[in-house]
Design a protein around this ligand. Sequence first.
Ligand code: 0X9
Ligand code: ZN
Length: 303
Amino acid sequence: GHPMTWTAYHNLEDILQYMDFLAKSYPNLCSVKTIGRSLENRPIKVLRISNGDPSNKAVWIDAGIHAREWISPAAVTYVIDHLVANWDSETLDVKAIDWYILPVMNPDGYAYTHKGDRLWRKNRRRHINRLCNGVDLNRNYGHKWGGQGASRQPCSETFAGSSAFSEPETKSVNDFLKKSGANFKASLSFHSYGQYILYPWGYDRKVPADHQDLDRVAREAAAAIKNVEGKVYTVGPAGSTLYPAAGGSDDWAKGDLKLKYSYTIELRDEGRYGFMLPANQIIASGEESLAFARVLARNLVNA
Ligand code: 0X9
Ligand code: ZN
């Protein structure tokens, strides 16, 4: 068996054990790869869900970049569970995608939030003065690294690190995507909170040339999400809808990897509970995430 449920938040060990369980139990559908190790030597594990058809397009999903955003790994593991358990009855579009899912991109930070500092955001990089630790992994990616909204101060919650991809967590993801033979077309990065669907650019109040395509798919996703429980997700370019912040995974996916569809999803809620979202909202948040994944698959397969 496995230790996962979607009525409580789980620690890193449970999530990793669950991924290994899936690879063992569904060897024709699931495989797990350790793409690197965190600063504190925890594994960075990616689950691939695929019917093995070499003509498939691929989607990259990361979650848990920010340690305290517990709903992100929880919702994404819900998506995994749903896809695997109901694979045969899923839409042809969903089955024609290779899903590459990283539920906990910041395992050290995630473990730290379970050890008492519930609101920790960054990774656990030790700074020389030892007063302030951590790099914001969503400021450490290489597209326009160090620009607006990214700090040079180690004590800042948005410290960008010493250079682009200075952190093993971002470097492992970059190396994996760059070397992977998969046909990646889209990237989803799950965060909380605020209920937003954001697309590039994040580094400035600018939009890419094909922003209308990104906006259209995002609005389809927001409509599908609204059908789950009536929640409203605001759609727009990250830099002007939220705030400019350089070095994010979404800008890297679009700007460096050249994946057409790249989104950051800020899950529930709108601030009532914030990062401390009650566990009884995991399933609905998971359904909202799944709704987005299905809309994306439909658009990719019928492109
Ligand atoms: O600031 C962030 O990294 C994200 N918001 S959060 O509250 N989860 O920290 C938003 C990132 C949006 N994308 C970019 N600015 N590139
Ligand atoms: Zn976040």
